[in-house]
Design a protein around this ligand. Sequence first.
Ligand code: NAP
Length: 460
Amino acid sequence: MTYQSINPYDGAVLASYPELPSAGLDAALDTAEACYQTWSALPFANRSAIGIRAAALMRERLDELAKPVTLEMGKLYAQAKGEVTLSADIVEYYARNAERFLAPQKLEQATGEAHVESSPIGVLFGVEPWNFPYYQLARFAAPNLMAGNVVMVKHAGCVPQCALAFEKIWRDAGAPAGAYTNLFISYEQVDRVIDDPRIKGVALTGSTEAGKVVAARAGRNLKKSTMELGGSDAFIVLDDADLEKTVEWAVWAKMNNTGQCCVAGKRFIVLESIADRFLEKFRAALSALKPGDPMDPATTIGPLSTEGALVKVLDQVKRAVEHGATVVLGGKRGEHPGAFMQPTILTNIAPTNPAFREEFFGPVALFFRVKNEEEAISLANDSEFGLGGSVFTRDVARGKRVASQVDTGMVFINHPTWTTPDLPFGGIKNSGYGRELSGAGIQEFVNKKLVRVRSISAPA
Ligand code: NAP
């Protein structure tokens, strides 16, 4: 069963949902297409009013929405509530700003009178991951709906209750049937949807492997796509960093969502003059985390999202050690029943070790000592990924100099990779292409149409 809620804390099966039959999928595509015709013709203000209501409903239903996040994928309850609030902020941000972002732009340098209009393109299809079950949906749905597109979404199989709850928000806010459609569909049906001529654009957030499959399918159909994929963010600590603050951020960067963030700190690259002190404090802080029920406010480390996710990370650690890595902390399944993993630090990871190039999607920190700033930059860039990264230093000018040389879509100085509705989010290399959020996110699936006026005669 693909769409099944299983509590990773105790293994309880909470709910199961059948896949959509073919006829149901066709009907959903018809409804979305018909909805697009009316939705796209509405003035911005009408769509904005629905977006503002959707955001308000999310805030009203904070607990009701946060609970299935914790129960389906094990996120600490306080973090689940934070995610609902952030998602509401994203929805409201686009409801209030879409018209401004998409206003016609006069071309000042043009010969004659010319402007570029931004118009919606149709029904869009999103494939989304479980790690932030509402935030990922909000990032895709809110800008596109407010631009006048309509969206259909295949969410991850392990978070079906969140998938349904988010769809319901839009209907309850007054969006017409077909504006936001959740699809419980198989991979084969994903291909069918991408091939369908009613679909005009495709967005995926997930692993690089899934991105390659879905991007190829979209490309074969000449459909625009955006890909928000995996990462192995460098967390660079320069020798003049404020050590106390930096270690606090290191713990957050690694352990937020139990390390299951595309932009978690994954490679901790520390200048050798402070490496021992950093490692000692980091190890002590991670050792002090308290596993338990993610609904309990006293718990500071919850289970991973599924038993399968845990087995995958344990296997990666085992292989890393077989190839010469040293376990400084943890490395094993947690003692608590459920999908728990001990907070883990690995060192001595040679470039020939598979761990050097892999993404660890869990509470595993890879620790590297480097001689100087140049070596830190070079190691940070020695990766097939290029999503985010961070630099810690008391000297902001130095931080900016390093940031400019790090080869990723985002770099943050004195805090880890971060997200707010107004900051563009996305990567390069195997971390994908395109951007979500900010003014950039809403431009991905609109037609930038040139309109020119000039009364001239045809060349003889
Ligand atoms: P995943 O296995 O790639 O799944 C993501 C979504 O793609 C799910 O809905 C999944 O469906 C679907 N999917 C996977 N393979 C597919 C295929 N061959 N055809 C059609 N659909 C397919 O990734 P995940 O384990 O859920 O999420 C973790 C990954 O996402 C990490 O690599 C993380 O870094 C990345 N991520 C990136 C960002 C970003 O913004 N760059 C944000 C969050 C996460 P099922 O669930 O049914 O398998």
